[in-house]
Design a protein around this ligand. Structure first.
Ligand code: APR
Ligand code: ZN
Length: 226
């Protein structure tokens, strides 16, 4: 069976990483517009790097949970396309073979001048020089609000081919990911939502499995034949 899965911050919540909207719109006590937009980086690169250095350290200290491991098992038994909005590397550390990071990764750095990408050090600073053009324009390799997500062609294709689409631990507040269920459903996929509560786009799903991801995802994966 062809399966497309989208994961959000809720799958990492049980590994101890804050979800964005559980902290009433503040992220480590910062407003989005102060730390997660290109304008914020232009205005105060040191604040943006401090914010992502803190998130990078938290992500490095976290461990994959049973939900991450269950998706590795799913990839062994089905044609799985795993798409994540998360910027941590918990799927990779659970040995997930192929992860599409549509919002980028904390472990990557990007040159704001020439677009070069490289593996980010644990602590980044605005003084870091780009290994290719030597400009002091190193930014986190994260897709910020107002920027285009990565790998969208591959994502739309997987959604259109899927027999089954599952959204795990995402609030359905941020497009284009919030439109994935509708897109997959229109192309004939059954759509399931695994979440603690109804997401903003719950009406786009055929079924909902309520509960913490580390319990519901292994049960759901086990329930799939084949
Ligand atoms: N198990 C399952 N679901 C959970 C759990 C859990 N233990 N804990 C929280 N959730 C659910 C919440 O109910 C919510 O629907 O996870 C979702 C988290 O929502 P958000 O914090 O909005 O995270 P996400 O949907 O991934 O955000 C999307 O917005 O913040 C930006 O770019 C950032 O990628 C992020 C995007
Ligand atoms: Zn450069």
């Amino acid at each position: 069976m062809r399966i497309a899965v989208l994961t959000g911050a809720g799958i990492s919540a049980e590994s101890g990483l804050d979800t964005f909207r559980a902290t009433d719109g503040l992220w480590e006590r910062h407003r989005i517009e102060d730390v997660a937009t290109p304008q914020a980086f232009a205005r105060d690169p040191a604040l943006v790097h401090a914010f992502y250095n803190a998130r990078r350290a938290r992500a490095a200290a976290a461990q994959p949970n049973p939900a991450h491991h269950a998706l590795v098992d799913l990839a062994r038994r089905h044609d799985l396309t795993l798409i994540t909005q998360n910027v941590d590397d918990l799927h990779e550390r659970a040995s997930q073979p192929d992860v599409i990071h549509m919002h980028g990764r904390l472990s990557r750095a990007l040159c704001a001048d020439c677009g070069h990408r490289w593996n980010a050090p644990a602590v980044m600073s605005a003084d870091d020089a780009c290994p290719r053009c030597t400009a002091h324009a190193a930014r986190p390799g994260i897709v910020w609000f107002g920027e285009m997500p990565y790998h969208m062609e591959r994502i739309w294709d997987a959604l259109e081919r899927a027999d089954l689409f599952a959204a795990i631990g995402t609030s359905g507040n941020v497009y284009p990911a919030a439109g994935f269920a509708q897109h997959a459903g229109r192309a004939g996929a059954e759509c399931i939502e695994l979440n603690l509560e109804d997401s903003a786009n719950a009406r786009d799903f055929d079924r909902r499995i309520q509960g913490p991801a580390s319990v519901t995802v292994p049960e759901w994966v086990a329930s799939l034949s084949g």
